[in-house]
Ligand binder design. Structure first.
Ligand code: SF4
Ligand code: SF4
Length: 355
């Protein structure tokens, strides 16, 4: 049984190939401007050392920011679920995950089976993300992979009042012009980001064991600061950047073992046409019928109903289905206007939007 997980993130594209329960290949590269092409490139790089072709891969789960743009995926699953699943493959005792991605940060609590029990995310500000650190590395003229180690050489850390990308950049330039050591500037920025991460983690629940995922988990200076603020030693996977793709591959293996019925339980509402893709997806495996999504939807899109098997779960109202794109603006637009949405209240990440 060969399955793959493809994680098209905002900065990095990752893949994991699993054969009969063992990882046989993995890949990390840059997400280019065209996610569809990138997803094929990830598949090629994953398969090249194995001698298998894409047709040999029996199930593919896509995750990440560009997950709906993986044409050969059988299914897409949120990166929050995939990170939790991937992490618990390595560390079944982990209950708290800090995922530091290219353009957002997430704090996740997970159960022993890798399910998500709570999460919050900061996707409204670039401060503290991979993109932010790239910008700071550029301003200081330090290669990105070196900034963490350099921050650890600081003798006189500079306090930063903000990690708003715009203000922090200007503070960094001002300090550089004053002759402040780059290590001291970097230490101050790492400190400010760590405080912000701590505040994000406090909004879920900081329970041992704890781990950090995403590309920033490779930054030793950042890990040291977060360890100090959180007060827990993070367990670090061999490659924390691959946790989302690994989780996706593990979901793919589960789906395949679950048979065709497993795939059929995921319901897509919407369409794909010349104007693009519009889908609202409800994953029946993750929806427990709690009903929290129904009252928060400002457009009255959702209701609870019974499946053919008599199970209660969320559904898109029959009357809305044909005009869904006119009624639901897509999650990004909805979230910009409403503090809570169907996706933010769903405890199982059962709802996903392609817009
Ligand atoms: S994204 Fe907003 S409008 Fe669309 S279904 Fe969810 S809560 Fe309703
Ligand atoms: S909030 Fe999530 S788990 Fe609860 S009914 Fe809605 S989709 Fe299902």
């Amino acid at each position: 049984m060969i399955v793959a997980g493809i994680d098209i993130g905002s900065r990095g594209a990752k893949g994991v190939l699993i054969k009969d329960g063992e990882i046989i290949s993995s890949y990390i590269g840059d997400t280019g401007p065209e996610s569809v092409k990138t997803s094929y490139m990830v598949a090629d790089r994953l398969l090249a050392p194995t001698g298998y072709a894409l047709k040999d891969v029996e199930y593919v789960v896509a995750t990440g920011y560009g997950r709906v743009l993986v044409p050969f995926a059988n299914e897409n699953i949120s990166e929050i679920s995939c990170h939790a699943r991937g992490v618990t493959f390595y560390f079944p005792t982990v209950r708290t995950v800090l995922d530091m991605g290219g353009q957002d940060c997430k704090a996740i609590n997970c159960g022993p089976d890798g399910s998500v029990t709570n999460f919050v995310m900061n996707d409204k500000c670039a401060g503290g993300t991979g993109r932010f650190l790239e910008m700071i590395a550029d301003v200081l003229g330090v290669p990105l992979p070196d900034i963490g180690a350099l921050s650890l050489e600081s003798k006189n850390q500079i306090p930063f009042n903000t990690i708003c990308a715009v203000f922090a950049k200007s503070e960094a330039i001002t300090n550089l012009r004053k002759g402040v050591a780059k290590s001291d500037i970097l230490a101050g920025l790492h400190e400010a980001i760590a405080v912000r991460c701590l505040n994000l983690l406090k909004r879920v629940s900081i329970q041992p064991d704890f781990t950090i995922t995403g590309g920033i988990a490779k930054n030793r200076g950042m890990v040291a600061k977060i360890r100090e603020k959180v007060g827990l030693e993070p367990k670090l996977a061999p490659d924390p950047q691959l946790m989302g793709a690994l989780g996706a591959a593990l979901f793919a293996a589960e789906r395949l073992q679950g048979g065709a019925g497993a795939k059929g339980m995921k319901v897509h509402y919407g369409y794909s046409d010349a104007t693009g893709d519009y889908f609202l997806t409800i994953d029946g495996r993750a929806c427990d019928g709690c009903g929290r999504c129904v009252p928060v939807c400002p457009s009255g899109v959702l209701e609870l109903g019974k499946t053919d098997h008599g199970v209660t779960q969320a559904m898109v109202k029959e009357l809305v289905r044909k005009k869904l794109a006119n009624v639901c603006p897509g999650h990004r637009a909805c979230r910009a206007q409403h503090e809570v949405t169907c996706q933010t209240v769903c405890p199982g990440q059962a709802i996903a939007h392609s817009w």
